[in-house]
Write a protein that binds this ligand. Structure first.
Ligand SMILES: CC(C)(COP(=O)(O)OP(=O)(O)OC[C@H]1O[C@@H](n2cnc3c(N)ncnc32)[C@H](O)[C@@H]1OP(=O)(O)O)[C@@H](O)C(=O)NCCC(=O)NCCS
Length: 127
């Protein structure tokens, strides 16, 4: 697990913010852009090689609608800029969430999803 230094308010030196970081698990070789907010009240796990674009919000406790639950971003997945990943969801291995998406259900591995709400669009092309 990566050891990251935080300010007392939860900011990293890369300008992303983690709240309730006692429930945060971060894998290796991740790329998390500035202004990403990660709310770990009910647990957030980001596995190895995950990439997250500017301004994405990952929440395990949504105070607006009362939804709560652990979020897992599986290995090699990518989250587009300004997307919202809702509580109780899993983004599958190698999958891609397009920019500006609202993810409120589990995304299987190797798929591209986007939209509000995010929907299946296509399979990820094999490398
Ligand atoms: C989802 C994504 C990966 C798909 O890429 P792609 O395979 O090259 O897709 P295309 O550019 O061919 O787009 C296909 C269609 O979906 C639309 N589209 C693509 N991404 C979209 C998105 N996130 N939301 C809504 N519509 C989208 C396109 O306008 C296009 O519509 P059309 O069929 O009417 O022409 C990409 O569009 C995306 O959102 N990337 C994330 C960018 C980002 O946030 N980077 C991080 C910066 S730090």
């Amino acid at each position: 697990m990566e050891q990251i230094k935080y300010t007392e308010f939860g900011w990293t030196k890369w300008w992303w913010l983690v709240r309730h970081r006692e429930n945060f698990k971060l894998g290796k070789n991740t790329e998390i852009a500035p202004l990403v907010v990660i709310g770990c009240e009910h647990g957030v796990e980001i596995e190895d090689n995950v990439k997250i674009g500017y301004g994405a919000v990952i929440i395990s406790d949504s105070t607006v609608d009362g939804k709560k639950g652990r979020v897992v971003l599986k290995k090699n997945c990518k989250i587009g800029a300004n997307s919202v990943i809702m509580p109780n969801t899993v983004v599958g291995e190698n999958s891609v969430v397009g920019a500006l998406s609202f993810v409120n259900k589990n995304i299987p591995p190797n798929e591209v999803w986007y939209g509000r709400p995010a929907k299946f669009m296509k399979k990820v092309k094999p490398a």
